[in-house]
Design a protein around this ligand. Structure first.
Ligand code: ARG
Length: 598
């Protein structure tokens, strides 16, 4: 059974067609005036101007004729013409009840699946090896995880790929800096090089003293030095080129960097409820690069440019000059764009995606435009199959990208910890979860923290920047993640009580206004989903989750459930079950998990 909006769109379209008017004008939307109607169709206005309107009726006359036909539809309680020719529809209570029963019985809570599913890659998160993840990666992870879940839920075959930054200049910088500081490591690197050690050899014991904390400390120092000192920079570039050429000493040390970073990353992502299908990195496509370069060369796309090799991607119609793709630097290194291009090739060969969605900071828009054009030129993807989904920044109270009090970028792990602390405080303030075992309380605090961060992010359109406000994000009141969790938990506890009292759910009857509103809100899930899917923007689903919680809250206040007489109680329990299922599904699509109780 489709949603009511679709069902009535079909009915109104048929009525238009029956009058010889274009069926596509029969589209209905939720009413602008919920006090007067549930749905409306504005198609009579454009219809009057169409050639098919041979009798020359004005919009009101057309709307009246359409309304006459619709009045025979038993699913409609009222059909009215308003203003210049708006058709207002009020759904019959029986039709609402039938829809509510269908949503309650449907494991997908009323959501449709795609007629033509695709193979889709979502490239998101994008952490860098050796550099700790910072809040800039937070949005990529949160939005990407949600987009991945949405696409999968609609029926696409989706792979989420973390695409680690593990093969660039920062690696050469770190190899140099670590060797400078540790003569024993330097000696071991030299020995491995001399002996031509195999690349898959066990990581030498002396390398094991290198921890993530060392990398965190050394990276900013080395990066700053590289900016000031050309000789230092050149050495880092040379070490990067040697790493990419698989010189054993640096390569094995790099493996240690990757190892310690991966452990920390997995922990951070886990805490955030973010999961990848592919934990691939830039380095994974290294073997494809020589063949790709030969291929680009053969296709006549590669141009020599002062010792470097580039692909020109600008087009005559460009309003501003787009720089070329730098494929091989003058030191012979593969660049960020090179690995991205090779990754497109790799994905084509292994998965052949019909769409690749890159969820990355808006500031990388040019980078992706350049890479995508090069891929289209080389035939590694068809025009339009690669899409960059940019997003704004998370800002501090000063309106600039969020920083710590000391002025540095806040690490993701610290942000999560900070939010958890606040969540515990909030739970205590609200007197929630305090009687539960400590491990369960901790689990709840973690879920509240994740809900707070994710909902605050996803409830805005991804393109907009927002201000980080932990007090507001973690509040149990207002449009927040914790509020939604609290509402969902309330429904769970109601249903638990019903089960204890052996109260059973049964067919829905709609009588009260709050019941009507709740069913209409349940019905709107499909619209929200398709909007989020099409725009690759989870905010419509976030908004839906909020509206559903509010509609339930009003229903719960207005309509007694367990104390109602049996048929009414059964009907209301079905409504509560349908709400919980849909709310949990919507929250899951946002990457938010609901605790059993709090
Ligand atoms: N590692 C990059 C960064 O931190 C983001 C990677 C995004 N994905 C990609 N395919 N380039 O900026």
């Amino acid at each position: 059974m489709s949603d009511l909006k679709t069902a009535f769109s079909e009915a109104v379209a048929a009525a238009f067609a029956g009058l010889g008017l274009p069926a596509e004008l029969g589209r209905v939307t939720a009413s602008d005036r919920p006090d007067l109607a549930d749905f409306q169709c504005n198609g009579a206005l454009p219809a009057a101007k169409r050639a098919e309107n041979v009798s020359g009726k004005n919009p009101r006359e057309i709307a009246t004729a359409v309304a006459e036909v619709l009045k025979a539809d038993p699913r409609l309680a009222a059909v009215e013409v308003a203003g210049p020719g708006f058709i207002n529809l009020k759904v019959a209570d029986t039709a609402l009840a039938e829809r509510a029963d269908a949503v309650a019985a449907d494991p997908r809570a009323g959501a449709e699946t795609l007629a033509n599913p695709r193979r889709v890659i979502v490239d998101y998160g994008g952490p860098n090896v050796a550099k700790p993840m910072h809040v800039g990666h937070l949005r990529a992870s949160i939005i990407g995880e949600s987009v991945k879940r949405l696409y999968r839920f609609r029926g696409d075959t989706v792979l989420g790929d973390a695409h680690f930054g593990d093969w660039g200049y920062q690696m050469g910088l770190l190899i140099g800096a670590v060797c400078d500081e540790n003569p024993d490591i330097k000696a071991e690197v030299e020995r491995l090089d001399r002996e031509g050690a195999p690349l898959d050899a066990a990581i030498p014991v002396v390398f094991e003293k290198i921890t993530l904390a060392d990398l965190d400390r050394l990276y900013p120092l080395a990066a700053a030095k590289g900016k000031e000192d050309p000789a230092y920079r050149d050495r880092a570039r040379k070490l990067t080129a040697e790493l990419q050429a698989k010189k054993p000493g640096g390569y094995l040390l790099w493996r240690r960097f990757r190892e310690v970073t991966q452990v920390a990353l997995e922990r951070d992502f886990h805490a955030l409820g973010v999961d990848f299908d592919l934990w691939k990195g830039e380095s994974d496509v290294d073997d494809l690069i020589p063949g790709m370069i030969a291929d680009l060369d053969k296709k006549g796309l590669l141009v020599d440019d002062q010792g470097a090799r580039i692909v020109r991607v600008s087009r005559p119609e460009d309003k501003r000059e787009l720089p070329p793709l730098l494929v091989v630097s003058s030191e012979g290194s593969a660049m960020y764009g090179t690995t991205d291009l090779a990754t497109i090739l790799d994905r084509k060969q292994s998965f052949d995606p019909q769409l690749a969605i890159y969820v990355v900071d808006q500031r990388q828009a040019d980078h992706f435009e350049i890479v995508f054009r090069a891929a289209y030129l080389a035939g590694y993807a068809a025009e339009g199959q690669l899409e960059h989904i940019g997003f704004g920044t998370m800002n501090g109270p000063d309106g600039k990208p969020f920083k710590t009090r000391e002025g540095g970028v806040l690490k993701l792990a610290d942000l999560i910890e900070m939010t958890r602390d606040k969540a515990r405080e909030r739970l205590h303030e609200a007197g929630l979860g305090e009687d539960l075992p400590p491990e369960e309380f901790e689990d709840i605090a973690g879920k509240v923290a994740v809900a707070a961060l994710k909902f605050a992010d996803l409830s805005n359109f991804r393109g907009t920047s927002y201000v980080f406000d932990l007090d507001r994000f973690t509040s149990f009141e207002g449009k927040t993640g914790p509020y939604l969790l609290y509402q969902a938990v309330r429904v769970k506890s109601l249903l638990r009580r019903a089960a204890e009292e052996k109260a059973e759910a049964g067919p829905v009857h709609v009588a009260e206004g709050a019941e009507r509103d709740l069913v209409l809100t349940l019905d709107a899930f499909e619209t929200a989903l398709s909007e989020s899917y099409d725009k690759k923007a989870p905010n419509a689903v976030a908004e839906h989750a909020y509206r559903l919680s509010q509609a339930f809250s009003k229903f719960y206040a207005a309509c007694p459930i367990l104390s109602a007489e049996p048929a009414t109680r059964a009907s209301r329990l079905t409504l509560a079950q349908a709400t919980l299922k849909q709310l949990e599904l919507a929250l899951d699509l946002l990457g938010v998990a609901v605790p059993e109780r709090m």
